[in-house]
Design a protein around this ligand. Structure first.
Ligand code: UD1
Ligand code: CA
Length: 421
């Protein structure tokens, strides 16, 4: 990987079609802000220095990203070329490559960014652009190639001739530039076009006129370059991301019964031969072992770690639950802030009462325990190995190993009490 690559992320736009009171790029897509995903893509591509150009609602973007990136400011929205100009102070004096990304294009693959950088270095290109072939290219900048197939310019929809509008290769808005030549080309931009804006895309034509080599990579998967402009696109991209993540787990040996109704967030680990039934949600960072059975309708939240052969059944919510090998939580339970040993059975309706209104406390349950139905564990509480807990018990005190614990009112039958004569 080329050293010294810097990224500039364009994120000053208004996002009018989103109909929002917030900055568009702080909206979450599958649990993470759009802008956070773009920054992560840059980072995972090996880029250390990242400049985010903010404008509209800048404080919200800065609150999300903090000091993980540097900032440039665009006060007037005068076009994408003008946006990149604001980052020049960070580019001046640097050599090498700059990658341009948009804050509202959140599901580009890391490999694609890496390919763009590699090609620009290998083929000695001053600009390498990412393009796509669309059946309906309306609205996008069109990629003009000369007879030899070399990229010579990008023409915006509003400036395109009838002939140019027929071009189906579009500009994705993701570029790799030589830093020094980009700065020189930006100085030559003018707003003499249909929209009266400084177009970043004009840089391609300027470089070509100077005889500087430019090129392109056609993206293999068109979904990677989709942007979020409204709530419908937000939903569509969420769906694409979800299916993509599910497919990756399937490739690694996980059975997913219904790819469209399984919600596995980023950075989840699942072992081979585990089966995920429909309507299961698994949040980021969860670790699930091999040969487990999860769902339907399970909700597995942050901090949870399941060993091999664990069963988590329907309407079970787990949060920060560390569960040992072969243990079963088959139905209707909330187990939060708990550690459960191996080969333990948690009866239907069991609940950890982990929150007293002020703080969270832990429930610890040993190996080979049998917890009857509808048991409440009032945390903090500790239950040993080989324990039997009677159904309906509310456990407020520790239970030693090998004991039977019953913690409920005795039943009274008042004979004849309700007799109607
Ligand atoms: C741009 C490209 C077009 C390409 C398309 C891909 C230009 C001139 N055109 O078009 O060729 O097909 O992207 O989606 O670049 N932004 C700012 N400040 C501005 C203007 C834009 O921060 O003054 C940001 C936006 O918030 C957005 C990104 O830049 O994240 C792209 O802007 P957008 O208006 O979507 O570009 P398009 O005109 O659609
Ligand atoms: Ca756009």
């Amino acid at each position: 990987m080329e050293k010294d690559v810097i990224a500039v992320i364009l994120a000053a736009g208004k996002g009018t079609r989103m109909k929002t009171n917030k900055s568009k790029v702080v909206h979450k897509i599958y649990g993470k802000e759009l802008i956070t995903r773009v920054v992560e893509t840059a980072r995972k591509s090996g880029i250390k220095d990242i400049v985010t150009v903010v404008g509209h609602k800048r404080e919200e973007v800065q609150a999300v990203l903090g000091d993980s990136v540097q900032y440039a400011y665009q006060d007037e929205l005068l076009g994408t070329g003008h946006t990149v100009m604001q980052a020049i102070p960070y580019l001046k004096g640097r050599k090498g490559k700059v990658i341009i990304l948009s804050g509202d294009v959140p599901i580009t693959r890391t490999e694609t960014i890496k390919k763009l950088i590699t090609k620009s270095v290998k083929d000695r290109e001053y600009a390498t652009i990412l393009t796509a072939i669309y059946d309906n290219p309306t609205g996008y900048g069109r990629v003009v190639r000369d007879i030899g197939g070399n990229v010579s310019a990008i023409v915006e929809e509003k400036d395109a001739s009838k002939k140019e509008k027929e071009i189906r290769e579009i500009n994705a808005g993701i570029y790799c530039f030589d830093i020094e030549e980009l700065i020189l080309a930006l100085e030559e931009l003018t707003p003499n076009n249909a929209q009266g804006e400084y177009y970043l895309t004009d840089v391609i034509n300027i470089m070509n006129n100077k005889g500087l080599k430019t090129g392109a990579i056609i993206v293999e998967d068109n979904t990677e370059i989709l942007g979020v402009n409204d709530r419908a696109q937000l939903e569509m991209l969420t769906r694409i991301l979800r299916v993509r993540i599910n497919q990756e787990h399937m490739k690694k040996g996980v059975t997913i019964e219904d790819i469209n109704n399984t919600y596995i967030y980023d950075d989840v680990e699942i072992g081979v031969d585990t089966v995920i039934h429909p309507n299961t949600t698994i949040k980021s960072g969860v670790v699930i072992g091999e040969n487990c059975e999860i769902g339907p309708n399970a909700y597995i939240r942050e901090g949870t770690k399941l060993a091999n052969n664990v069963k988590v059944g329907s309407f079970v919510e787990l949060k920060k639950a560390i569960i040992g090998e072969g243990t079963k939580v088959p139905h209707l339970s909330y187990m939060g802030d708990c550690e459960i040993g191996s080969k333990t059975n948690i009866g239907c309706g069991t609940i950890t009462c982990n929150y007293d209104g002020f703080k969270k406390s832990k429930t610890i349950i040993g190996n080979n325990a049998f917890v009857g139905s509808n048991v409440n564990f009032v945390a903090p509480v500790k239950v040993g190995d080989n324990v039997l807990i009677a159904a309906g018990s509310t456990i407020t005190e520790d239970v030693p190993s090998d004991s039977l614990s019953i913690a409920r009112e005795r039943q009274i039958n008042k004979e004849g009490w309700n007799k109607k004569d």
